[in-house]
Design a protein. Structure first.
Length: 227
């Protein structure tokens, strides 16, 4: 699969996050028109990323969010009571969407080798579509509340666990080499993180996400899979 194909299948994750955020929190949101709420949640979440990446979440204020999102302070508070609540909802829904998409594509493959390739590709394609989300989540983890930081770390571990389970399955079926699946999954995850944490480096080198996905698989295949 190429990124262009993935992009057609999964066209707008941002709106998915906003819609699910509304559906799970509509009892707390004073505005009841779904389309208006989804549209404004998009503005709020975009502003959170923009300001957070520029000056950091700790320095961000609700007034900053009001200015950048174009919503009045009153309108902003009709959706969220604090910037911490915005972050909890946004990151929580983002992590759910990412996991759902990964699991959906992985489950379509029967063989461990194809599941591993799909997991690598789809994870990279997700980070390509949601680069700011992934970058913000990683860089701001140290500044989050202890509870939100724990959720962020657990999200990372859950992704590694998906890779680990594929590796274990491949070893048990005889197609994969007997390597430490936990450490291998951790290294694979680190290679995938490099794509969104150092995106500018790869952009300057004109490396496309399809090329990077192929490189990662070419790198790990001899280590993990019997030829």
């Amino acid at each position: 699969m190429k990124y262009s194909e993935f992009d057609e299948i999964i066209p707008d994750l941002k709106m998915d996050i906003c819609r699910k955020a509304y559906l799970e929190n509509r009892d707390k949101i004073r505005i009841k028109k779904e389309e208006l709420v989804v549209k404004n949640l998009g503005k709020i979440f975009d502003a959170t990323l923009e300001i957070g990446i520029l000056k950091g979440f700790q320095a961000m204020t609700m007034r900053d969010l009001s200015r950048v999102s174009g919503l009045s302070m009153g309108a902003l508070y009709s959706y969220f009571s604090s910037k911490e609540q915005i972050l909890t909802v946004y990151l929580g829904q983002g992590r759910k969407i990412i996991r759902e998409v990964l699991e959906r594509f992985i489950m379509e493959e029967a063989l461990p080798a194809e599941r591993l390739r799909t997991a690598v590709q789809v994870h990279l394609f997700l980070t390509e579509k949601m680069q700011e989300f992934f970058f913000f989540s990683y860089m701001e983890a140290k500044n989050l509340s202890s509870k939100e930081r724990e959720r962020s770390v657990q999200g990372e571990l859950n992704t590694e666990k998906m890779f680990e389970e594929i590796l274990v399955d491949g070893q048990e079926s005889g197609g994969f080499k007997k390597q430490n699946p936990t450490l291998t999954a951790s290294v694979i995850k680190a290679m995938l993180q490099d794509w969104y944490l150092k995106r500018k480096k790869y952009a300057k080198r004109n490396v496309h996400v399809d090329e990077y996905a192929d490189f990662v698989m070419a790198f790990i295949t001899p280590f993990c899979i019997h030829e």
